[in-house]
Design a protein. Structure first.
Length: 129
């Protein structure tokens, strides 16, 4: 995960250096176009990663409250409103397992038709799918 920002920083440094040493205006134009073509997808990728990180941090706080509730009541709440959490209707969603009152799922949308889901049974996040 940390490699992508390092690669991006190295690419920016190389483009900056090439831009400053180039004497021809046409080469500078090509470098600017190349930088824009590379910057747009990388910017979108960083924005998406930041959104997912923010949502996982928020979901982590909800998970801590759910675990505390489960420890004190012996089961998971029926809905997030039992915990007085404001994310009752999104963007983070909660569902208690119908077969077991001790298991639950948290999820949030990561794009069109994809979600990132937390499973309390495995205590792991499942990548966007």
């Amino acid at each position: 995960m940390i490699r992508l920002p390092l690669i991006t920083a190295a690419l920016v440094a190389v483009l900056w250096w090439l831009f400053h040493i180039s004497k021809r205006k046409s080469l500078r134009v090509v470098l600017i176009v190349f930088a824009i073509i590379i910057a747009l997808p990388l910017g979108l990728l960083f924005a998406q990663r930041g959104y997912e990180l923010n949502m996982r941090l928020r979901a982590g706080r909800i998970t801590a409250q759910l675990e505390s509730y489960r420890a004190s009541h012996g089961k998971c709440p029926v809905s997030l409103s039992d915990l007085e959490i404001r994310e009752v209707n999104g963007p983070i969603y909660y569902e208690r397992d119908f077969d077991s009152p001790f298991e639950y799922y948290l999820w949030f949308g990561t794009g069109v038709g994809t979600v990132s889901q937390y499973d309390s049974k495995t205590r792991m996040w499942h990548a966007p799918q």
